[in-house]
Design a protein around this ligand. Structure first.
Ligand SMILES: Cc1ncc(COP(=O)(O)O)c(C=O)c1O
Length: 476
């Protein structure tokens, strides 16, 4: 059995290396139709064994056409989920060990490495030493954990004990209209309710308007409601907008509100000296999340969640049945108590590999390179008579839209931009997604792939211009 594994693993590694080498030749976005993959997979599970050779051949013929290539250098959609070879190698080891890291005892190395690499990340970002970190599956889970902890702390841990209905004053959560939808999901799951999430308007740069926030907090207090948490965004999903953290901390301190910072994407940019000013007030923040699985060359999933009051966090999540008790419990981090999952993958290993393989300085160089590529492309888009760009661009996120003096109706122009997006993506040359800001549809281009170079961006820009020139978008 091991001999077979060894032989197949070598074949797989060759395939993996070839895939990465030749990825540029593949269409970035999968071109299959709905149901095309499903229809090729037997409706009932096989009753007898199938050889790895046959399964692998089917993987290539059935599965691969339905894959969108997230590691393609011309993947510019959503936010990236960029990986790297050190991360991949670590994932191979993690899969081989198959360790379930719910407690210190179930793999001491996993718990202690997680503790150390989270300290490394905190230093890289510039978080005060009072923050302790834990790896979560995603920023959505981290934000939910932050909200649940805030809920418990502000209700004297009574919500867990007696249920949320015991709390007479509805708890209120605040975020800007640009905050990621995971905030709404967290508010729902935490039992706070959509009606108690206040979406605060933003200024013209899509940053939370602190005056409006203060007015809303006062209205809520006067109505007998209890402000619980503000979710500030550091790098919004649409345009990379950054809420004014320092100004927000003045309110959280004045009113005693939990402050959670969602830096899921842009947290990586905080490694760079030129972005450290965005952290002004961080010492007053209660929790902070950023995703190495977005822009730090670390395979999905890996979200770094930091909290100041670890006692409140573990008191919120700790449930201790007899079978989980160990004699080291009071001396170690049992990370199952730091979040929702009991079972946990050994995710710290890939972070350790990535940070050591590149070193912090090279990571910074790679991140700066992405930002520089984005700024260079932004200048070209700005110069094109048929494109309007959203300025200033944030980090490496470019929002732009097709414009045409003959199309004055916004609805038609929006449709036109959606058609342009669809045609660009159909080409397979590159992959973009869209967003809506001030009722306008924008194409969104994020340059953050591990191996993206200027020639990839140039080729993408040529493909976009070609599409605009070849179709008569005037007919809209
Ligand atoms: C700002 C922001 N927050 C949270 C999330 C959710 O992240 P995750 O997929 O890790 O839950 C995203 C996803 O893109 C995001 O952009």
């Amino acid at each position: 059995m091991t001999e077979d594994f060894r032989k197949n693993a070598h074949i797989f590694v060759d395939w993996m290396a070839d895939y990465l080498e030749n990825i540029n030749d593949l269409p970035v976005k999968s071109q299959v139709n709905v149901g095309q993959i499903l229809n090729q997979i037997e409706t009932s599970p096989p009753q007898t064994p199938t050889s790895i050779e046959v399964i692998f051949a089917d993987f290539k013929h059935i599965i691969m056409p339905g894959i969108t290539h997230w590691q393609h250098p011309k993947f510019f959609a959503y936010f990236p989920s960029n990986s790297s070879t050190p991360s991949l190698l670590a994932e191979m080891l993690t899969a081989t060990l198959g360790a379930q890291c719910m407690s210190w005892q179930t793999s001491p190395a996993a718990a202690e490495l997680e503790e150390r690499v989270m300290q490394w990340l905190a230093k890289m970002v510039g978080l005060p030493a009072t923050f302790k970190g834990v790896i979560q599956g995603g920023a959505s889970i981290a934000t939910l954990c932050a909200l649940l902890t805030a809920r418990e702390k502000y209700t004297d841990f009574n919500s867990n004990q007696k249920g949320l209905s015991q709390n007479n004053n509805p708890l209120i959560v605040y975020c800007s209209t640009q905050t990621h939808s995971s905030a709404l999901k967290a508010v729902r799951i935490a039992g706070i309710g959509d009606a108690n999430l206040r979406f605060i308007q933003t200024d013209e740069n899509y940053q939370l308007d602190v005056n409006k926030l203060q007015l809303q907090i006062q209205v809520d207090i006067e109505a007998g409601l209890q402000p619980l948490c503000i979710i500030a965004v550091l790098g919004s999903t649409s345009s990379g907008a950054v809420d004014p953290l320092w100004e927000i901390t003045k309110l959280t301190r004045k009113y005693g509100i939990w402050l959670h910072v969602d830096a899921a994407y842009a947290g990586t940019a905080l490694f760079l000296a030129e972005y450290k000013h965005l952290l002004k007030g961080i010492e007053y923040v209660d929790s902070f999340v950023f995703n190495p699985h977005k822009w730090m060359f670390t395979n999905f999933d890996c979200s770094a969640f930091f909290v100041k009051d670890i006692n409140a966090l573990t008191k919120t999540f700790s449930v201790l049945p007899e079978y989980l008790r160990t004699k080291e419990d009071d001396k170690v981090n049992n990370y199952r108590d730091w979040g929702i999952d009991l079972g946990r993958r050994f995710r710290a290993l890939k972070l350790w590999f990535v940070i050591r393989y590149y070193g912090v300085e090279q990571l910074k160089t790679m991140i700066r390179h992405h930002i520089e590529l984005a700024n260079n492309l932004a200048l070209k888009i700005k110069d094109h008579k048929h494109f309007e760009i959203l300025e200033p661009i944030s980090f490496n996120i470019i929002c732009f839209r097709y414009i045409n003096a003959n199309i004055t109706d916004l609805k038609l122009l929006n449709q036109c931009n959606k058609q342009l997006l669809e045609n660009i993506n159909k080409s397979g040359e590159l992959y973009l997604t869209h967003t809506e800001l001030s009722n306008k549809i924008y194409l969104r281009l994020v340059i953050a792939q591990t191996h993206v170079e200027a020639h990839h961006v140039d080729a993408a820009w040529i493909a976009i211009q070609k599409e605009v020139a070849s179709k008569n978008y005037n007919n809209y």
